[in-house]
Design a protein around this ligand. Structure first.
Ligand SMILES: *Cc1c(COP(=O)(O)O)cnc(C)c1O
Length: 448
C-alpha cells in the first residue's frame, strides 16, 4: 500500500465528500433542485471556480460549460468588465437601504434598450414575475391569470401550476389545472388558468369564455424551461388578441431578455407586451430581477400607486454594477448576437450529423444562443408544446449527458432545459464539444 493511495482514496472525490456534507445540512444537498443531478444520476460537481467558457470543480477537473449559471453568463465567466465594475463598487459599501446612482443608470439603460417606460428592480426572476402579476391584478381589478403548460415563471405560489417539467393533468374544466408543488393551496392554483403553448385556438377559447375575469396572460416568448420551444406566428397573434379583452400581456423575459437580442425575444418577434420581466443577464451573475412597462401601468406600484412591492436588497450597488457592466458590454459589441447565433447553428448541425452517424434519434430546437436536443425521432423544429417535449427518451438523454460529462463537457443536466452559449465559446470549444458529442452518441447507439 502506498502513501499516495491513503492520501487520495480513488472512490472519494471532493465533490462526493462535499455533497455528503451538503446533504446533512441542506435539503437534497443543493440550493436549487436541478443542481442535484436527480434526472441524470451521479454526483453533482461542486464548482471551485469559473473562467470564460470553463468551470473547474473541487477535484480540479475542468469542464466546458453550457449552463452559464442557467443564463446570466452570456459574456462568459469572470469577464474583465464585470469583475472590474464589481471591484470598483466593493469598497464603497455593499448595501445602503437608500437610493444610489447606479440604480438610475441601470434603469435608464434598461428603459432605453427595451422600450419600457418605467422599471422596478428586485432581486430574482421569481420576485419579478410575482410582482408583475400583483401589479396586473391591481391595475385591472381582476383576479385570474393565464399561464401556459410547461412554462416556468419562478416559484411563487400562483405560478407553480403545470410549471416546467411538473406533472401533466387533463383539465376537466376550461383552463383549470393542478398545482405542481406540495404546499400550494388549491385555492391559489384555482386563480391560475392553464392553456397549451402554441395552441392559438385554445387561448382564444379561454379568453372568449373568461376574458373579462382575466388580469393577465404571462408567457415565455421563447420557452427555455420545457427545453426550447419556439412560438408560431399564429400563437403570437393570439397572444396579442388578449389585450382586446382588457387583460395585460406579460412577457417573462427572465431567460430570453438580453439573450436573444438587446430587446429580448419580444424585440426579435415583434411582440408588444404591457409588462416585461427580467432576471439572469440583467444582473450579470449577481442577484437582480426587474419588471417594467408602460408608465400608466407601472405607476400603480408603491410608493407612486396602491400595489405594494418592496425589497431590502433591491437595487443593491454590487448587483447594479455587474448588470450595468454586462449590458454596456453587450451594447458595445453589435456583432455579438450574430456570433452566438452562428456558433449555436454550427453546434446544432454538428450534433445532428453525429447523432445520425450513431443511429441515435434526436430533434433539435434552437434560436439565438439557446438549444435543446430532444431525444426523439421527429423532424427538427416540430416539437412545439410541452406535451410534445414530454415524449422524449429521458434515459437516452441521461446516458448521453453522462458521456459528455465524462469527456469534459458540462451540458444542462435535464432533457427539459436549454443550454446557453456564451461569447467565450469559440472554434476550439465547438470542436471539443462535437468530438465529445460524437463519442457520447456512439456509446449510446451501441448500448441501444
Ligand atoms: C429562471 C427563470 C425564472 C426564475 O428566476 P429566478 O431568478 O430563478 O427566481 C422565471 N422565469 C423564467 C422564464 C426563468 O427562466
Amino acid at each position: 500500500m502506498t502513501t499516495d493511495l491513503l492520501a487520495a482514496p480513488a472512490a472519494t472525490t471532493r465533490s462526493e465528500a462535499l455533497f455528503a456534507r451538503a446533504r446533512a445540512v441542506t435539503p437534497g444537498g443543493v440550493n436549487s433542485p436541478v443542481r442535484a443531478f436527480r434526472s441524470v444520476g451521479g454526483t453533482p460537481r461542486f464548482i471551485a471556480k469559473a473562467d470564460g467558457a470553463y468551470l473547474t470543480d473541487a477535484d480540479g477537473t475542468r469542464y466546458l460549460d453550457y449552463i452559464g449559471s442557467w443564463g446570466p453568463m452570456i459574456l462568459g465567466h469572470n469577464h474583465p468588465a464585470v469583475r472590474e465594475a464589481v471591484a470598483e463598487a466593493l469598497p464603497l459599501g455593499t448595501s445602503y437601504g437608500a437610493p444610489s446612482e447606479r440604480e438610475v443608470l441601470l434603469a435608464e439603460l434598461v428603459t432605453r434598450l427595451t422600450g419600457a417606460e418605467r422599471v422596478r428592480f428586485v432581486s430574482s426572476g421569481t420576485e419579478a414575475t410575482m410582482s408583475a402579476l400583483r401589479l396586473a391584478r391591481g391595475f385591472t381589478g381582476r383576479k385570474y391569470t393565464v399561464k401556459f403548460r410547461g412554462n416556468y415563471h419562478g416559484h411563487a405560489d400562483g405560478l407553480l401550476v403545470e410549471a416546467g417539467s411538473g406533472l401533466l393533468t387533463n383539465a376537466d374544466t376550461l383552463g383549470a389545472a393542478a398545482p405542481s408543488s406540495a404546499g400550494v393551496p388549491e385555492d391559489y392554483a384555482r386563480l391560475t388558468l392553464v392553456s397549451e403553448y402554441n395552441d392559438p385556438a385554445a387561448l382564444d377559447a379561454l379568453m372568449a369564455a373568461r376574458g373579462d375575469e382575466i388580469a393577465a396572460v404571462i408567457f415565455e416568448p421563447v420557452v427555455g424551461n420545457a427545453g426550447v420551444l419556439i412560438p408560431t406566428p399564429d400563437f403570437l397573434a393570439a397572444l396579442h388578441r388578449v389585450k382586446d379583452r382588457g387583460a395585460l400581456l406579460i412577457a417573462d423575459e427572465v431567460m430570453t431578455g438580453f439573450r436573444l437580442s438587446l430587446r429580448g425575444a419580444t424585440g426579435l418577434l415583434g411582440l408588444e407586451p404591457d409588462l416585461t420581466c427580467w432576471g439572469k443577464i440583467i444582473g450579470g451573475g449577481l442577484p437582480v430581477g426587474a419588471y417594467g412597462g408602460r408608465a400608466e401601468v407601472m405607476d400603480f406600484v408603491s410608493p407612486q400607486g396602491p400595489v405594494y412591492q418592496a425589497g431590502t436588497l433591491s437595487g443593491n450597488p454590487l448587483a447594479m454594477a455587474a448588470g450595468l457592466a454586462t449590458l454596456k458590454t453587450l451594447e458595445a459589441d453589435p456583432g455579438l448576437y450574430a456570433r452566438l447565433d452562428a456558433y449555436t447553428a454550427a453546434l446544432a448541425g454538428g450534433l445532428r450529423a453525429a447523432a445520425q452517424e450513431a443511429g441515435v434519434a434526436i430533434s433539435i430546437n434552437h434560436v439565438g444562443s439557446m438549444l435543446t436536443a430532444f431525444h426523439q425521432g421527429v423532424p427538427d423544429g416540430s416539437i412545439r408544446t410541452y406535451t410534445d417535449a414530454a415524449r422524449s427518451d429521458t434515459a437516452a438523454f441521461a446516458h448521453w449527458f453522462q458521456g459528455l460529462l465524462a469527456r469534459g463537457v458540462y451540458w444542462a443536466p435535464s432533457q427539459f432545459e436549454s443550454i446557453f452559449v456564451s461569447a467565450a465559446h469559440g472554434d476550439e470549444e465547438l470542436g471539443l464539444t462535437l468530438e465529445a458529442a460524437q463519442a457520447a452518441y456512439a456509446s449510446l447507439g451501441a448500448s441501444a
